[in-house]
Ligand binder design. Structure first.
Ligand SMILES: Nc1ncnc2c1ncn2[C@@H]1O[C@H](COP(=O)(O)OP(=O)(O)OP(=O)(O)O)[C@@H](O)[C@H]1O
Ligand SMILES: [Mg+2]
Ligand SMILES: [Zn+2]
Length: 434
C-alpha cells in the first residue's frame, strides 16, 4: 500500500491536544503532533470483533470534536464531498470480548496471523487487502467508545452489535485499504463465501451444503442478509447459471447505495460481467483457491476429529481453525463503472484467527445438530405449515434446470422493482449521481 511514512517512522493515531475535555479530543495521524494531520474517525461499519472507521481530514480545521460527528449515513460508501480522505484507508479497531468465554485476539496477533499463516497459504498478498499496523492512543479508543455508546442510545448501531465496545487495553489498530466504492465511479459488493466445499461430516448423499443446512435449521429462509450468500456451492458450480443466480442474489442483498442508481439501466451488463468474472474469470481463481484450502485443511471435520482416540493433534487443530477462517472470511468486489469486466477488483478480508475452546464446542454442536436433525439430508421434521428450504444447489439436479432460469427471472424482476423504488425516492435529492 502506498505510504507517505518511512518504515522507521511508525505513524500513530493520537491526540492533537492532550486535554481532559472530551470535546477537544482531536486525533491526528503522523509521527508527532507537530508533523501531523488532524483527522476524524468516521464510523463505517462493525462486525462481531471489530469496528471499522474511515479516516478523514477535517476541513474546518479540527474544530469539531470526535464525539460530535454523525455516524456515516450510507454504509459502505465514501462521500468525497464531506472532506478529504486520507490515503484511501480505513482503521480497524478491535472490540473487547463479549463474554469471559471468548478469547481476545489482539491487532498484533491478527496481523501476525495474516503475515505468517494466511499470506503463505494464499500464495502471497495478491488477494489480501493491503494493511499495516498502527499505534493508537488509548484516549482515541476511549473517545470512540463514548461515541459507540452514544450512538447505541440513539439507535444508530445494528441491534446485534449493541453493548459491544472497543478493547481499551489495545495499543494498535489496522490501517487497511478502503474497499468501499466511490460514488459515481465504482461500487463494492461484499460477501462471505462460507462453506464452498462440502462438510466432511455430512453424508455423501446430502441434499444441502453446510451453509444451506444451517440456514434451514435456523429457519432463516428468505433473502440472505447483506454479506451472506444463499448457497456458496453455486459460486463454484459447473454452469454459468449457478454463478449468475448467486451473484444476482448477492448484488441484491448488498442493497442499493444511492450512488448506484446507474444500476437501474445497467443491471444486465453488470450481472453479465460479474457472472463471467466469477464463473470463468479471475474471480473464480480465488473462490477455487478458498474451496481447495477449506477442503485440504479440514478433511475429517470436527465430529470425526473429536471422536479420534486421544482427540485432535495440535496440527489438526491449527488446520481446522485455519479452514474455519477461510470459511468465514469476507470477499470484497469492486466494480468500476467505466471499466466493466476488465476493472473488477477482488480482495479478501476478515481473516482473523479463530481461537478458543468455546468456538470448537460451538462448531461441534452445530454439526451434531445438522446431522442428527436430518438437515443435511433434507429429512428434517418440519413444523406444520413450514415450507421446506430447497434452495441449496445440491438439492437441484447437477445441471441447472428450468428452475434456475425461473429463479433468476424472478429475482431480476424483484431487483428491478427495488431499483425503481430507490430511484424514485432519490431522484429528487442529492443522490442523483449522473
Ligand atoms: N477494508 C475495508 N474497506 C471497506 N469496508 C471495510 C473494510 N474492512 C471492513 N469493512 C467493513 O467493516 C465491516 C466489519 O469488518 P470486519 O468484517 O473486518 O469485522 P469483523 O468484526 O471481523 O466481522 P465478523 O463479525 O464478520 O467477523 C465489514 O463488514 C465491512 O462492511
Ligand atoms: Mg471477523
Ligand atoms: Zn447450499
Amino acid at each position: 500500500m502506498p505510504s507517505k511514512y518511512g518504515p522507521e517512522e511508525a505513524p500513530v493515531i493520537a491526540l492533537l491536544s492532550e486535554t481532559e475535555n472530551p470535546q477537544e479530543i482531536i486525533p491526528y495521524i503522523g509521527s508527532s503532533p507537530a508533523e501531523s494531520l488532524a483527522i476524524r474517525l468516521e464510523y463505517l461499519a462493525e462486525g462481531g470483533a471489530n469496528v471499522v472507521y474511515q479516516i478523514r481530514t477535517d476541513p474546518v480545521k479540527w474544530s469539531r470534536a470526535v464525539l460530535q460527528r454523525p455516524l456515516s449515513a450510507v454504509k459502505g460508501h465514501r462521500d468525497a464531498s464531506t472532506c478529504e480522505r486520507i490515503q484511501d484507508e480505513v482503521l480497524r479497531l478491535r472490540k473487547a470480548p463479549g463474554s469471559s468465554k471468548q478469547s481476545y485476539v489482539s491487532t498484533t496477533a491478527a496481523e501476525d496471523y495474516l503475515e505468517d499463516v494466511i499470506a503463505p497459504s494464499l500464495g502471497g498478498h495478491e488477494w489480501l487487502i493491503p494493511s499495516r499496523k498502527i499505534r493508537v492512543h488509548p484516549r482515541v479508543i476511549s473517545a470512540c467508545n463514548k461515541e459507540l455508546i452514544l450512538h447505541q442510545a440513539l439507535g444508530n448501531r445494528p441491534d446485534s452489535r449493541e453493548h459491544s465496545i472497543l478493547e481499551e487495553s489495545e495499543l494498535f489498530g489496522l490501517l487497511m485499504e478502503d474497499m468501499s466504492g466511490i460514488r459515481g465511479s465504482s461500487f463494492t459488493i461484499q460477501f462471505k463465501p462460507k462453506w464452498l466445499s462440502h462438510s466432511p461430516n455430512a453424508s455423501k448423499s446430502a441434499r444441502r451444503c453446510r451453509t444451506c443446512a444451517l440456514r434451514a435449521m435456523r429457519g432463516t429462509e428468505g433473502m440472505a442478509p447483506v454479506g451472506e450468500v444463499q448457497c456458496p456451492r453455486n459460486l463454484v458450480g459447473d454452469h454459468p447459471d449457478n454463478s449468475r443466480l448467486e451473484i444476482l442474489q448477492t448484488l441484491r442483498a448488498n442493497g442499493i447505495p444511492c450512488a448506484e442508481s446507474k444500476l437501474r439501466e445497467r443491471l444486465p451488463d453488470v450481472l453479465q460481467d460479474l457472472t463471467e468474472y466469477f464463473y470463468s474469470g479471475k474471480g473464480r481463481t480465488i473462490l477455487d483457491k478458498l474451496a481447495a484450502l477449506q477442503e485440504q485443511l479440514d478433511p475429517l471435520g470436527i465430529v470425526k476429529l473429536r471422536a479420534q482416540p486421544g482427540g485432535m493433534s495440535s496440527q489438526q487443530l491449527k488446520d481446522l481453525q485455519l479452514a474455519m477462517t477461510f470459511r468465514d472470511c469476507s470477499v470484497y468486489v469492486r466494480y468500476h463503472w467505466d471499466k466493466g469486466l476488465e476493472g473488477i477488483e477482488t480482495r479478501v478480508g476478515d481473516l482473523d484467527p479463530k481461537v478458543g475452546e468455546s468456538k470448537l464446542d460451538e462448531w461441534h454442536d452445530i454439526e451434531m445438530g445438522l446431522i442428527q436433525g436430518g438437515w443435511y439430508d433434507g429429512i428434517e421434521e418440519l413444523s406444520q405449515g413450514q415450507a421446506q428450504d430447497t434452495k441449496c444447489s445440491l438439492w437441484n439436479p447437477p445441471q441447472p434446470s428450468k428452475r434456475y432460469s425461473e429463479r433468476i427471472d424472478e429475482l431480476m424482476k424483484d431487483f428491478n422493482a427495488d431499483l425503481e423504488v430507490a430511484y424514485k425516492s432519490r431522484s429528487s435529492d442529492e443522490c442523483s449521481d449522473g
